[in-house]
Design a protein around this ligand. Structure first.
Ligand code: AMP
Length: 217
């Protein structure tokens, strides 16, 4: 299964991505996680990415495309992959199509999570992320057992700089301007599957695998 996830920030892509990747036995490749890992380790890539990510802007395509192309050469993508957070604009989508065409491994589907703006803002501003394992929690909807502590690895939970209200607004504007056009791109490629991203995590997951099994052989 070769899959990409599309949807506004806060639609729950990361949470669903972890479960879908486990279900299909494929690696979860999150460009946001790769950037955050590099930021934490203060690599050159991390320093560059930080200047964009902290403001909610996209890291330049030349950097992001190269990073993804390299990741797709790893052995673990032989049986497929799930890309989360890439592509984020039409140029990246076209680039990915070329990289995969060269390997004769085209995408099976682009899974879109759709959600209203007011819900997105409520979700993102309450989101807390684990510094160690990147797991996501929510101060109202998905509380950790102990405040500020990750249920999975006991790591420290923090609010991402880009989850502050001002930056969220910019991320949504960037999404509307740059990322939404890829929905039409994948629709015209016959790869788009749209599912509503409202409701329980397990219900959204069921919707996703039902929709995927109906369209991907
Ligand atoms: P995310 O966790 O997917 O919301 O990504 C966090 C930040 O990483 C984004 O706001 C961007 O600054 C950067 N980023 C992640 N994926 C991409 C991408 N495909 N293209 C450009 N920048 C990206």
């Amino acid at each position: 299964m070769r899959l990409i996830l599309v949807g506004p920030p806060g639609a729950g892509k990361g949470t669903q991505a972890v479960q879908l990747a486990a279900h299909y036995g494929i690696p979860h490749i999150s460009t946001g996680d790769i950037f955050r890992h590099n930021m934490k380790n203060e690599t050159e890539l991390g320093k560059l990415a930080k200047s964009y990510a902290d403001a909610g802007n996209l890291v330049p395509d030349s950097v992001t495309n190269e990073m993804v192309r390299d990741r797709l050469t790893h052995d673990d993508v032989k049986n497929g992959f799930l890309l989360d957070g890439f592509p984020r604009n039409v140029a990246q989508a076209e680039y990915l199509r070329e990289v995969l065409a060269d390997k004769q491994t085209p995408l099976d589907a682009a899974l879109e999570f759709s959600l209203e703006e007011a819900e997105i803002i409520a979700r993102l501003s309450g989101r807390r992320t684990c510094r160690s394992c990147s797991a996501s929690f929510h101060i109202l909807f998905e509380k950790p057992a102990v405040d500020g502590v990750c249920d999975k690895c006991q790591g420290e939970l923090y609010q991402r700089t880009d989850d502050s209200e001002e930056v969220i607004k910019n991320r949504l504007a960037v999404y509307a301007e740059q990322t939404l056009p890829i929905i039409d791109f994948y629709r015209s490629e016959g790869l788009l599957i749209t599912i509503p991203a409202l409701g329980e995590v397990s219900d959204i997951f069921d919707r996703a695998i039902t929709a995927l099994s109906a369209t991907v052989s």
